[in-house]
Write a protein that binds this ligand. Structure first.
Ligand code: GRF
Length: 218
């Protein structure tokens, strides 16, 4: 099977980008990164791309008249690299309807909370402050809303009594690094079908088991 050609959009540290690179290099996902595009010239993600010989470009929104003009530039780069799937990995810009039409159900995003709870910025902090007993992360297809698209995979982590915002965020990030490559691999294998809001993954039997936090004692 041909490898799925990825365009990874970043703005910051790029630890999710790194995890995708590592999974590709270990032969665990049938993908290749055709280009990394950063909205921030100082993003550490650019350095990560460089270290692995991946083409990288910086596109700064302030250089464009409006959001659609910025997005047209992104689409032009992605098309010129024959990208099949756009992977948002800490990309801090909201995509326009134009972009999402161009790559319909071909844009994935990762969010550090169990959607639809705690969308938007600082999902980990919002969950921590709310006092939930479980949080986690979500990979979903992007639509025109903020963190509202059809959900592909989620990971659940407990929130512990002695957690801080940072220890919780760290636990969540570890799982981000596992579920994003998995979602990409499902896509690469052609196993995802979307109908209405529901994403089905062919060939899996689904999660089983119930978790309690704190554990039941009766
Ligand atoms: C992650 O927490 C991700 O869930 C959110 O942005 C952060 C990106 O981190 N969308 P990194 O740049 O991949 O390290």
């Amino acid at each position: 099977m041909d490898k799925v050609r990825l365009g990874v959009l970043v703005s910051g540290s790029g630890s999710n980008l790194q995890s995708i690179i590592d999974h590709i290099e270990q032969g665990l996902i049938e993908a290749e990164i055709r280009v990394v595009i950063s909205s921030n010239p100082d993003a550490f993600a650019l350095e990560r791309a460089g270290r692995h010989g991946i083409p990288a470009e910086t596109v700064i929104h302030a250089d464009f008249a409006d959001r659609e003009a910025f997005d047209r530039k992104l689409v032009e780069i992605l098309r010129s690299r024959s990208v099949d799937l756009v992977v948002l990995a800490g990309f801090m810009r909201v995509l326009s309807p134009y972009f999402l039409r161009e790559f319909r159900m071909r844009v994935m995003n990762i969010h550090p909370a169990l959607l639809p709870s705690f969308p938007g910025l600082h999902g980990q902090k919002k969950a921590f402050d709310y006092g939930v007993k479980f949080s986690g992360c979500t990979v979903h297809f992007a639509d025109e809303g903020v963190d509202t698209g059809p959900i592909i995979i989620q990971a659940v982590v407990p929130v512990l009594d002695d957690d801080t915002e940072d220890t919780l965020a760290e636990r969540i990030l570890k799982e981000e690094h596992r579920i994003y490559p998995q979602a990409i691999q499902y896509f690469a294998q052609g196993r995802l079908t979307v109908s209405d809001r529901k994403v089905r993954v062919s060939g899996v039997s689904g999660a089983s088991g119930v978790m309690h936090n704190p554990p039941l004692s009766i």
